[in-house]
Structures are given as structure tokens and as C-alpha cells.
Design a binder for this molecule. Structure first.
Ligand code: ALA
Length: 491
């Protein structure tokens, strides 16, 4: 039994099957600039425009800017490890596939299961964020969604109205799942357009907002350590060092997506040189933007604002409340944010169906997840199932809770990936790698330590959520996957 838990998919057979499906013949067209754009397109989203305000309100006040630096450093370590894996095992399926070939079936299962938190729950988080800004757009034309229909039952407005379900979140998930089922081709120019749009609004907020910073909002920059209880009754460490560490776990969400760069290793002209440039380049650019943006946001509005009426569509709120004369900017930002969020949701839903497609082909989840539509050639049943799952999360769970679940799940997956690269270096030094992580044991140790620190900072409620999720996964693994695995009987 112990042997079968650690049975490995052989790297050689993976490379063979990649050949059959033509994945090895991808054209090497991407240079460093294209990789950086790919990263930024997948990275900037709800993390910056919604979660930052939560991190200010619930965890760190203005010291959220330091939290962004901490999260970025951890991502850089993990990103390098992703790049080595991707250049060694160039096949879709991401961290799940890498770990199946290196740490065995059980770990692969845990990562695949965990990626549901990154992709599906992450998509729900961004959909909830989308609904806040969609309501804002409706307000421009004199309409408004009643509070109870764009909030979960666990939320309450400052004047005491209880949420029922978040309908706009379900609607956007339905539209984008439908698009995926019909099949979309990812096009570089749409991505470039979205990147330009996102970066422009971030820069506009930084430049215009700088003049509206009220120094009183930045004093003290690191609030005194205490606790804060959200209106939903969850208590967090606020202020001090732990406030920053907790906030880093929250805003870590804003960096998710850079792993998309590593998955393009096989389409990169010169992975050895371009991978680190693409990953670190997009991270450095986003970190600079994020630090400046959060400095401005926390300086323009007060912590109290972000705890009360500025809790929603926080950026639009801050501009229209404090930046007199810039209502037009608030409108522009709101519409652009909606477009930007939609592309992030799409990427996440797509990533989710790809991972479960790979798992289904390996027999670890039912065949329905790799059933391809005869005409559209997409895993449509999988898309429908994940629509239902994400819609339930989006409709009935508050955004900060799903956001933190996404962060903790992804951090855990990162730790396993970093460990995998380390293990692989000693077990299979012979397999050629397009990109090699420099100073490996050190980078791995620092990567694991920094991700672990953020998991610690997210607090016990999130540890319990992650543990419950993993236990459900293990029940499924032992009840179904182990006996249905295509490798059954081989170990
Ligand atoms: N990093 C992405 C976002 O912030 C997931 O929306």
C-alpha cells in the first residue's frame, strides 16, 4: 500500500505522451517582453482592487505596503522553482503533473485538489469582486442592485440589511463558463490590450491619488498590535509584525497568476535566459505598482472607511469620496476593472478545467472531467460542473473568506512544488532542464519558509479550512482515485 501511494508517473513516459499530443512541437516564439506581458495580464486583478482594502481594514493599515513586498519575495522564490519544473516537464497540467512525476501519486493528488482552491475558489473570489464593481457601474446610470442580492447570507450592510445571495457573481461565472464551453482562442493582442488597460489605471490612480494623500492616514505607518473583528465575527491580528504577515497572506492573492509565465516555458525562445526575466520581471513590475498603489490607497482614505462604507469597490469609493474633481477617473477605473476581472476569471476557469482534465486522464477523477464536446472540442461537462461549484462559492460565501482560502491553498501548493524541485535535483539530475534555479537549497529553504510564514499569518480559521479541504480530498483519494488510477497495479 505504501508503495502505491508514492507510485510515480515516469518522466520519460510523460515526455512520450506529450509528443503524441503534439505538445512538444509548440513553436518557440515568446521573448522576454511577451513573457512579462503574459504575467502582468494574469496577475493584476481583484487582489489589488479589492483585497488590498480588506488587508488595510482587517490586518495592517498602511503597512499593507510592506506586506506586498513580503508576498512578492515569496513569489519570486516559488516562481523560479515553477520555471525549472516547467522547462523540465513541458506538458500542461501545471504543478499537478510535475509532482506526479517527482513525488508520487498521493502528493500529486493533494496538489491537484489544492489547485481547486487556487483556480475554482479563486475564480469565485474575483467574481464576487466583479459584482461590487458591477453594482457601481449600475449606480452611474441611476440603478442599483439591492444589497441582499449581491451579498452572501453571512454579510450585513452598515445599516443592518442581511445578504441572501450574490447574483451578479453567478451571472459573470455563467457567461464566462459558457464562453469556455464554446471555446475561445487566447489571443496575444487581447492580452496586450488588457495589460495596457490595467497598468494605465493603476498608474492613473497612483499619479492622481498621490496629491490627495493625507499624512494623518499614514501615521503610525505600522499600527500598534491589537485585534480586529470583522462584521461577520472573524477576529484577526491587526497591526504590528503579525498584522503585516497576515496581510501578506491576504494580498498574496494579488500575485497569483505569475505561474502562467512558467507554463509557457516550451514556447519560449530561450528559456534559460527568458524564463527568469519573464517571471521576475513581471513580479518586479507588479510589486512596484502594488506598493505605490497601496501607499496611495491607504493614504487617501481612512482605515475606518475600509471597515465600513468603503468596504466595497474600495478604489472607486476612495476616488469619488476623497479625490474631488476626479469622478470621471472613478468611472473609468470602475469599467476598466470590470474588464480586467473578467479576463482573470477566464484564465482561472480555464486553468481549473486543464488540471482536472489531466487528473481525469490519469484516472484520479471521474472520466466526465475529460469528456470533450463533439463540436466545440472543449471539456464542457467539466466546465459545467465547475460552474456549479464556483457559483455556490460565489453566491453564498463572503469574498474575504474565499479570497483567504485561495491564498492558503495556493501557498500550500507552492511549498510542495518548491520541495519537488529540490527532491528532483538530487533524484534525477540527468533530466535536461531549460532553466535551472540558482543557489538551489537556499532558494528552496527561503521559499518554503516565506510561504509557510504567510500560511501562519493567515490564522487558525484558515488553517482549519485548508485542513478540512485536504481531509475531504483524502477521503476522495482513498475512496475513489487510488483504485481508479491508470497506474493501479504498477506499484
Ligand atoms: N492575481 C489575480 C487577482 O488579483 C488572481 O485577481
Amino acid at each position: 500500500m505504501a508503495g502505491s501511494l508514492f507510485r510515480l508517473k515516469s518522466i520519460d513516459s510523460l515526455l512520450e505522451s506529450a509528443k503524441e499530443t503534439g505538445e512538444r512541437t509548440l513553436k518557440r516564439t515568446l521573448g522576454p517582453g511577451a513573457l512579462i506581458a503574459l504575467g502582468i495580464g494574469a496577475i493584476i486583478g481583484a487582489g489589488l482592487f479589492v483585497r488590498t482594502a480588506d488587508a488595510i481594514a482587517q490586518r495592517a493599515g498602511p503597512s499593507v505596503t510592506l506586506a506586498f513586498v513580503l508576498a512578492a519575495v515569496a513569489c519570486a522564490f516559488a516562481g523560479l522553482c515553477y520555471a525549472e519544473f516547467a522547462s523540465m516537464i513541458p506538458i500542461s497540467g501545471s504543478a499537478y503533473t510535475y509532482s506526479y512525476a517527482t513525488m508520487g501519486e498521493l502528493v500529486a493528488w493533494v496538489i491537484g485538489w489544492d489547485l481547486v482552491l487556487e483556480y475554482a475558489v479563486g475564480a469565485a473570489t474575483v467574481a464576487i469582486a466583479w459584482s461590487e464593481y458591477a453594482n457601481r457601474v449600475l449606480q452611474f446610470v441611476g440603478m442599483e442592485i439591492p444589497y441582499q442580492w449581491y451579498h452572501s447570507p453571512f454579510e450585513r450592510s452598515p445599516d443592518g440589511v442581511s445578504g441572501i445571495m450574490n447574483i451578479p457573481a453567478v451571472v459573470i461565472l455563467a457567461i464566462l463558463s459558457g464562453l469556455l464551453i464554446r471555446g475561445i482562442s487566447e489571443s496575444a493582442w487581447v492580452n496586450n490590450l488588457i495589460v495596457i488597460l490595467k497598468v494605465s489605471i493603476v498608474l492613473a490612480v497612483i499619479f492622481v491619488g498621490w496629491g490627495f494623500i493625507n499624512p494623518a492616514n499614514h501615521t503610525p505607518f505600522i499600527p500598534e498590535a491589537t485585534t480586529y473583528t470583522t462584521p461577520e465575527g472573524v477576529t484577526h491580528q491587526y497591526g504590528g509584525l503579525m498584522g503585516i504577515v497576515g496581510a501578506a497572506g491576504v494580498v498574496f492573492f494579488a500575485f497569483i497568476g505569475f505561474d502562467a509565465v512558467s507554463t509557457a516555458a516550451q514556447e519560449t525562445k530561450n528559456p534559460k535566459r527568458d524564463m527568469p526575466i519573464g517571471i521576475l520581471g513581471s513580479l518586479v513590475i507588479c510589486t512596484i505598482l502594488y506598493v505605490l498603489f497601496s501607499y496611495v490607497l491607504s493614504g487617501v482614505a481612512t482605515v475606518e472607511d475600509f471597515r465600513t462604507q468603503g468596504r466595497e469597490a474600495s478604489v472607486a469609493f476612495a476616488i469619488s469620496t476623497y479625490m474631488t474633481g476626479y469622478e470621471w477617473l472613478s468611472r473609468l477605473v470602475t469599467v476598466a476593472i470590470l474588464a480586467g476581472f473578467s479576463s482573470v476569471i477566464l484564465v482561472m476557469l480555464l486553468g481549473q478545467s486543464r488540471v482536472f482534465y489531466s487528473m481525469s486522464r490519469d484516472g484520479l477523477v471521474p472520466a466526465v472531467f475529460s469528456d470533450i464536446h463533439p463540436r466545440f472540442k472543449t471539456p464542457w461537462k467539466s466546465n459545467m460542473i465547475f460552474f456549479v461549484l464556483t457559483a455556490i462559492f460565489g453566491a453564498f460565501i463572503p469574498g474575504d473568506i474565499v479570497g483567504e482560502m485561495t491564498s492558503i491553498g495556493t501557498l500550500f501548493a507552492f511549498i510542495l512544488v518548491i520541495a519537488g524541485v529540490w527532491i528532483m535535483r538530487s533524484r534525477r539530475p540527468d533530466v535536461p532542464r531549460g532553466f535551472v534555479v540558482p543557489a538551489l537549497p537556499l532558494v528552496a529553504v527561503l521559499g518554503i519558509a516565506s510561504c509557510g510564514l504567510m500560511i501562519y499569518g493567515l490564522g487558525w480559521t484558515n488553517w482549519v479550512r485548508l485542513a478540512v479541504w485536504l481531509v475531504i480530498g483524502l477521503v476522495f483519494y482513498f475512496g475513489y482515485s487510488r483504485s481508479h488510477s491508470k497506474l493501479e497495479g504498477t506499484a
